[in-house]
Design a protein around this ligand. Structure first.
Ligand SMILES: [Zn+2]
Length: 193
């Protein structure tokens, strides 16, 4: 099911800019390009790393932004925090039109661990003016390729999905009708497992 049913894709084919080399720095040296991954629909995709490490809370394991001194989750002191390199996906386009969908998603202010929404949108000029979206690097196997070990695990996944959809619904990105369909097929899948 598409995550953004209400937003149309760009109308015409767009040309991607010449890819950046490894080590290129973007957005005031905040991101460093690690690898060029490919081009699709006029968008270059890179693996990049935040140049300043994130801080993993020693008390609750929450990952905090580089500038935090106290954990946003538990309020714990981050002096002894483990420093973690945060890898992201960076999308690059010559025209802002190519990233229209990402900009719209970003403006919805989605904050949910299960929703890979863009965390940042910016414009930079490594050579010429280019437009960027930063997305989280999602780890693990797609849900379609894994099978739950038991009914409890399957139910736990269903609950997490329901939670994510509820969040999308509060941001008016998923209509109740569509969510009902997903809910029905989840129930059917669980009953037949
Ligand atoms: Zn914490």
């Amino acid at each position: 099911m598409p995550a953004t049913p209400d937003i149309a894709p760009p109308a015409k084919a767009l040309t991607a800019p010449e890819p950046l080399p490894e080590g290129a720095l973007l957005n005031g040296r905040r991101y460093e390009i690690v690898a060029f991954l490919g081009t699709r629909d006029g968008i270059n995709e890179y693996r990049a790393v935040r140049t300043e490490p994130y801080k993993r809370c020693p008390h609750c394991r929450t990952l905090n932004t580089p500038d935090s001194n106290f954990c946003e989750q538990c309020g714990g002191d981050l002096k002894e925090a483990e420093l973690v390199s945060l890898f992201v996906r960076v999308w690059e386009a010559a025209s802002p039109d190519a990233l229209q969908r990402e900009r719209a998603l970003h403006e919805k202010g989605l904050h949910h661990p299960l929703i890979a929404a863009p965390s940042e949108i910016f414009t930079d000029a490594p050579y010429d003016e280019r437009h960027y979206a930063v997305l989280p690097e999602v780890e693990g196997t797609p849900l379609a390729q894994v099978e739950a070990d038991d009914a409890d695990t399957a139910l736990a996944w269903a609950k997490e999905l329901a939670d994510a959809f509820a969040h999308l619904q509060t941001r008016a990105l998923a209509s109740p009708v569509r969510w009902q369909k997903v809910s029905c097929s989840l129930t059917t899948a669980l009953q037949s497992s």
